[in-house]
Design a protein around this ligand. Structure first.
Ligand SMILES: O=c1ccn([C@H]2C[C@H](O)[C@@H](COP(=O)(O)OP(=O)(O)OP(=O)(O)O)O2)c(=O)[nH]1
Length: 346
């Protein structure tokens, strides 16, 4: 395969695989079979993590140089280690980049990290912005990790974020508003304070009732539903509309502009090509929203716009669509992260 980056767009899985074969993306250990997703690459924690006093951007220095100013102590992840809620960590990642000219990248948390309120951002040497990888970047990758609601157990190889490789700056094809579903039954979950530890490599293994409080629909004066967001609490909600991403596009869910409300959908979420489409057996999928309000209580109404989906083109159709491999969220409704068993009926 020739690597041609003249057409702006997000690279599909076959192009990411070609980049790996060409040595533009390397790793300290062999890549996992399912690491390349339809239009993104999952990144894996290395063995070393530092507990830091404060988050930072490297500016004109390397991350390792900057770390010396803020590191409190180093943790070895071999055998597993708990990252405590309320603390900030910097981890080294196993993958390393040597991007050819014309290619840049952008990272975002995996949906599963967002759903358990683990705040993560990518750092690069001499990086001026979180999650952005400059064109032609040649160097290591690091991850800032700040668990907000739950403490989490991680190991070398745990995947918390993913990288989209981009030829140039893809145009924005469309922007769609996302409304919130608050109308009937269980409309959401609120994270319990002082819950136990979530093992981020254990799927379907945690009882959701130990970590989440279900929220029932509340209507007032015949109006369809509302929810009072408490400052500092973390909520999982669902979109009112079903979401569909064409097979040759991807989308990013961006937080709402603060003029519409002092709350935000917590993390910019990445939506894979084919998510919610008939072709990938996903028709009717909702978007799952991670929501918190900052300083003031905020009353949300059913259908209120809480986020926007920005659609971008791929350079070509991916050979695999979301849902064709072992995906967790195709056809989802209101869905907690893959670490939890299904919410019990009744
Ligand atoms: O805020 C978000 C972000 C993503 N998604 C959906 C769309 C996306 O295509 C799917 C999977 O996202 P991601 O690949 O980040 O999830 P994962 O944690 O890697 O799970 P999987 O193992 O299914 O890939 O979840 C949401 O509903 N909300």
């Amino acid at each position: 395969m020739t690597l041609d980056f003249s057409r702006p767009g997000i690279l599909p899985c076959q192009a990411i695989e070609a980049l790996i074969a060409a040595g533009a993306v390397t790793s300290a250990t062999p890549f996992d079979a399912d690491q390349v997703q339809p239009a993104s690459l999952d990144l894996r924690l290395g063995a070393r993590v530092w507990r830091v006093r404060a988050s930072f951007l490297p500016g004109d220095r390397r991350v390792e140089e900057r770390l010396k100013d803020v590191a409190m102590h180093q943790i070895d992840l071999e055998g597993g280690a708990v990252l405590e809620k309320g603390c900030v960590y910097i981890a080294e990642l196993q993958e390393r980049l040597k991007l050819p000219p014309g290619l840049l990248a952008r990272a975002n948390p995996k949906s599963s990290s967002g759903r358990v309120d683990v705040f993560v951002r990518l750092l690069t040497d001499r990086g001026l912005a979180f999650d952005d990888v400059a064109e032609g970047y040649d160097g290591p990758l690091y991850l800032e990790i700040a668990p907000q609601t739950f403490s989490v157990l991680v190991r070398p190889g745990t995947r918390l974020n993913q990288l989209r490789l981009k030829a140039g700056e893809p145009p924005r094809l469309e922007t769609r508003s996302v409304g919130v579903e608050l109308s009937e039954g269980i409309i959401g979950f609120r994270g319990r304070r002082h819950a136990g530890i979530i093992d981020l490599d254990r799927e379907d293994g945690h009882d959701p009732r130990d970590f989440w409080e279900p929220l029932e629909a509340r209507s007032r004066d015949g109006r369809p539903g509302e929810l009072l967001l408490d400052p500092g609490e973390f909520y999982i909600l669902a979109s009112m509309e079903s979401v569909e991403i064409p097979v040759d596009q991807a989308a990013e869910m961006t937080p709402i502009d603060p003029s519409v409300g002092e709350f935000r959908v917590h993390y910019a979420g990445f939506f894979d090509p084919g998510f919610g489409t008939d072709e990938a057996h996903g028709a009717g999928s909702r978007g799952v929203l991670e929501v918190r309000t900052h300083d003031t209580p905020f009353l949300l109404e059913h259908g209120q716009t809480v986020a926007r989906l920005v659609y971008e083109p791929l350079t070509e159709r991916p050979e695999r669509l979301y849902g064709e491999g072992g995906s967790h969220y195709q056809r989802q409704g209101l869905k907690l992260s893959k670490h939890f068993r299904v919410w019990p009926e009744g």
